[in-house]
Design a protein around this ligand. Structure first.
Ligand code: UDP
Ligand code: MG
Length: 326
């Protein structure tokens, strides 16, 4: 295999506190790999600014002006981690042989990037970074994550446990990825569906280098809901099953009420009546909520809205300049 051209894609949302350090560390990693001839010297670091409100884009531009590896894409507004990542990966597929996605906060062990590349050279199309321990995450994050993976497995969604979006993908895997046209992207679910040869690499997840998590509880819940409803209709079936059970139960209640009526004790039925009204009402609301979730999805999917808008592109422009020089 020829020496590959690697792009490391880093989505950034308000990351001014860590970005310089991240750029320094990733530049070192890249230079080491280039020195050892594992990747070409045209490899790059692609920072996707996801509509940050702080100095993030300024830092990217500044670094881009002197660091030959630093490229950037500025999205016109905040579209969320998954879409920002996709913006970077879709740009990278045209210009590199493989791409690695990594968070900007240095929580993932950048030293395993070398192992990723080695695995790629062995012929794997997808290399998943899997967290060995999660003791740097909060207790809450850890337990909700375990619950999430278990639930997803139960309803038949194949996720790689403890794998976040730290992974390598080959050019052809990236090209396949871009064929998934859904508006709600959930990369952790889609990438295993692609099905090229893949392997896992274990690493320790560290604490955020600086700044705060950009995934507050609200975003975590949205992320989990999206993951579930994008890949499974089990919740809808669950509603059907509950509906069926309540139907059977109401049959029994009906017989019971009839018997009570025949015995002349109808007045005492008030309590059970109130309970069933509330119970059925509650069940219907839950059901409608879940169905609404799917209808909402269909609504967004049929729109075929673009997932992001690139405002400034220091990545392909740079490369264009380069190719016209040749
Ligand atoms: N991120 C993004 N857009 C967002 C939220 C987050 O691009 O709307 C980026 C963020 O800058 C980071 C990565 O996604 O590089 C993961 O976010 P974070 O580290 O805050 O999540 P956590 O590690 O707490 O799950
Ligand atoms: Mg993080």
């Amino acid at each position: 295999m020829n020496t590959p051209n690697l792009t490391i894609v880093v989505p950034c949302y308000n990351e001014e506190e860590v970005l310089k350090e991240t750029i320094n560390q990733l530049t070192n990693v890249l230079e080491d790999l280039i020195k050892d001839n594992l990747i070409t010297n045209e490899s790059s670091l692609l920072f996707v600014d996801d509509g940050s409100k702080d100095q993030t884009w300024k830092i990217i531009e500044e670094e881009n002006s002197w660091n030959p590896y630093v490229k950037g894409i500025k999205l016109a507004h905040n579209v969320g981690h998954q879409n920002a990542l996709l913006a970077g990966l879709e740009s990278a597929q045209h210009q590199s042989d493989c791409a690695i996605s990594i968070d900007a906060d240095l929580q993932d062990d950048i030293l395993v990037i070398r192992t990723f590349v080695e695995k790629y050279l062995e012929g794997y199309d997808v290399v998943y970074g899997v967290r060995d321990k999660r003791d740097t995450d909060t207790f809450f994050k850890r337990t909700t994550a375990i619950g999430f993976y278990n639930f997803m497995k139960k309803i038949g969604i194949n996720l790689i446990p403890n794998h976040a979006d730290f992974r390598l993908m080959s050019k052809r895997a990236l090209q396949e990825l871009t064929k998934y046209k859904e508006t709600n992207v959930f990369l952790r679910g889609i990438v295993p569906l692609i099905g090229f040869p893949s392997t896992k690499v274990m690493y320790d997840r560290k604490e955020r280098f600086a700044g705060e998590s950009k995934y507050p509880l609200k975003k975590m819940i949205a992320f989990a809901m999206n993951g579930i409803t994008s890949f499974s209709v089990v919740p809808i079936r669950f509603v059907t099953v509950i509906g069926f059970i309540s139907l059977v139960l109401s049959g029994f209640t009906g017989i019971y009420a009839l018997v009570q009526n025949m015995l002349g004790q109808t007045i005492s039925g008030w309590t059970s009546l109130i309970i069933s009204i509330w119970l059925i009402g509650g069940l219907q609301l839950v059901g409608m909520g879940i169905i609404g979730e799917y209808i909402g999805k269909i609504y967004f999917e049929v729109k075929r809205r673009p997932k992001y808008a690139i405002e400034t592109d220091l990545y392909s422009l740079e490369n264009m300049k380069y190719s016209t020089l040749l």
